[in-house]
Ligand binder design. Structure first.
Ligand code: ZN
Length: 123
């Protein structure tokens, strides 16, 4: 299954809540605190909502507010379990720390190399 990362105001993408490619319905919200504009996308498959910063939020405009997702695809079904654990952790931590995610992706790659019988170099 192809992964379409969540994208602001896109008509469809892979839902960050149910992981199904689905049409999205967009609604504008106004939050009282400092007039922050939040836009809500409702998944037509699961009915759950994701929340995005609206176009009037200069540096945050169009960024996903909730749920926090990295946009990294889910692992392929044939990924070895010992690699999958680190991969999923890296995927989950990416919105919080790109450096932590990079370290975990590197570890996952090292484990994959070992699994495939190739000795990874330490640099
Ligand atoms: Zn959904």
């Amino acid at each position: 299954m192809k992964y379409y990362p969540p994208k602001f105001q896109a008509k469809a993408f892979t839902c960050p809540l149910c992981n199904v490619y689905s049409k999205m319905s967009w609604y504008e919200w106004r939050v009282r605190f400092e007039g922050t504009q939040i836009e809500r996308a409702i998944c037509q498959h699961c009915g759950e909502s994701s929340y995005w910063f609206g176009t009037d939020q200069s540096d945050l405009s169009g960024k996903l507010l909730s749920p926090l997702v990295s946009g990294v695809p889910l692992p392929l079904p044939d990924m070895p379990d010992e690699v999958k654990t680190d991969y999923l952790e890296a995927r989950g931590v990416l919105p919080h720390s790109s450096k932590a995610a990079a370290a975990l992706f590197r570890l996952a790659l090292q484990r994959l190399c070992i699994y495939l019988g190739k000795k990874p170099k330490n640099r």
